[in-house]
Design a protein around this ligand. Structure first.
Ligand SMILES: *Cc1c(COP(=O)(O)O)cnc(C)c1O
Length: 393
């Protein structure tokens, strides 16, 4: 049934004898899906610019192809967490506006400023370190000041905010930097109606008013991640920063998605079955013999394990599509492989196991995988390991 279980767009093994010529483990990436998702998100926040979040290797999709696909869909800005990611974008020859927001003292700010990367400042010390780095390369860095509106992660508290803004304005007047943005991050945007959202937005408004009263004119106010882009229009401000949604996954709970555009997952995780064998009833399977075959059955070995990002917590649970059949992991996920009980169905070595994807071949959605592993789609996508070949469709 090798032919039958191939998605239309996913090249796979021909006859099982040709398995040597096809990838054993692959994440098929559809850049056109990212492009379409960005376009759809632009439509959701038409009055705002869109920053496409590319951190963690483009959520596992490949940072450079993801960047190009997002720009194709109309992204105005690109964003990364750490500077190494931003450098990778620049080294690929991508010159689009680029913002990077997570750096500790001693970060290569001078190199970042020369590469035209916009930087976040959370504190006075950081602001001065960035201004000094700018001076060393004879350039005025462009800064997005971060206010912690109540997530208690990065950013200046509202107590420290006036001093940060005053110092930034002083440096700006001296021509040593330019404040282009004021930004923050929401803790509970994916829980519609959560009271922290209104509270955070109120602090954000105060912070913007303070910045303006001290002479700053931040052109870009931004606070909305995917969930807020899709579900909280009053959080759009001048720019939205979706990540997960551009890769085709909606972080809102199902009942809150009615007015959302349909997003298409851009990644399909697949592997070729290594071996199948008949096992009698009562055979203990995989490490620890945590499960046994309930009756005589066929077992299939799939060459993906926790070293590839198939979380061990998906043991005895992770869903797998093989041809027309939906099965699940039997027993423990190992480092490199796991076992699937396919009953009496006709599965042979070389058949393609689909763990998740857009659903074209009835494969599970990454949400189902995440749920089976007791986690969120973010962790599943970003966890897909380097041993899994990325194939761009
Ligand atoms: C990761 C991240 C985002 C995107 O979050 P999603 O939930 O994936 O949309 C936006 N802004 C910042 C600062 C982030 O770190």
């Amino acid at each position: 049934m090798n032919q039958a279980n191939m998605g239309k767009t996913i090249p796979g093994a021909g006859a099982s004898g040709t398995i040597g010529s096809v990838p054993q483990r692959a994440a098929y990436i559809e850049p056109a899906a990212i492009t379409a998702n960005v376009r759809a998100l632009r439509g959701v926040a038409p009055g705002a610019k869109l920053l496409a979040v590319l951190k963690a290797d483009g959520y596992g999709h490949g940072i450079v192809p993801a960047a190009r696909a997002a720009l194709e869909g109309g992204a105005d800005y690109l964003g990364t967490a750490v500077l190494e990611e931003a450098f990778a974008v620049r080294e690929a020859g991508i010159g689009a506006p680029l913002f990077s927001w997570l750096a500790a003292p001693g970060a290569p700010y001078a190199r970042a400023i020369e590469a035209d990367i916009e930087l976040a400042a959370y504190s006075l010390d950081q602001l001065h370190e960035i201004a000094d780095a700018g001076e060393s390369v004879f350039a005025a860095p462009r800064i997005h000041l971060k206010i912690d509106t109540g997530m208690w992660r990065g950013g200046a508290t509202i107590t420290d905010w006036p001093r940060l803004c005053a110092a930034a304005r002083e440096l700006e007047v001296a021509g040593r930097l330019k404040v282009v943005g004021v930004w923050s991050h929401l803790a509970c945007a994916d829980e519609p109606g959560h009271p922290s959202v209104t509270a955070q937005l109120a602090v954000f408004e105060s912070a913007i008013a303070i910045a303006r009263s001290l002479g700053l004119e931040p052109r870009l106010r931004h606070i909305a991640n995917s969930a807020a882009t899709l579900g909280i229009p009053q959080a759009h401000y001048d720019m939205v920063r979706p990540g997960l949604a551009i890769y085709g996954v909606n972080p809102l709970p199902a009942q809150a998605r009615e007015s959302c555009p349909r997003l298409r997952p851009a990644m399909t995780l697949a592997a070729a079955v290594v071996q199948t064998k008949r096992a009698p009833a009562g055979a203990g399977v995989s490490y620890g013999h945590t499960e046994s075959t309930p009756k005589e059955t066929t077992l299939a070995v799939v060459p993906l394990g926790y070293a590839d990002g198939v979380l061990r917590s998906a043991s005895s649970a992770g869903p797998v599509q093989l041809g027309q059949g939906r099965y699940r992991v039997l027993g423990r996920v190992c480092m490199d492989q796991f076992v699937v009980d396919v009953g009496d169905d006709d599965v042979v070595a070389g058949d393609r196991a689909l763990l998740f994807g857009p659903g074209d071949s009835n494969e599970p959605h990454v949400e189902a995988w995440a749920a089976a592993a007791g986690t969120i789609p973010y962790e599943v996508l970003t966890g897909v390991g380097s041993r899994v070949q990325r194939i761009y469709l």
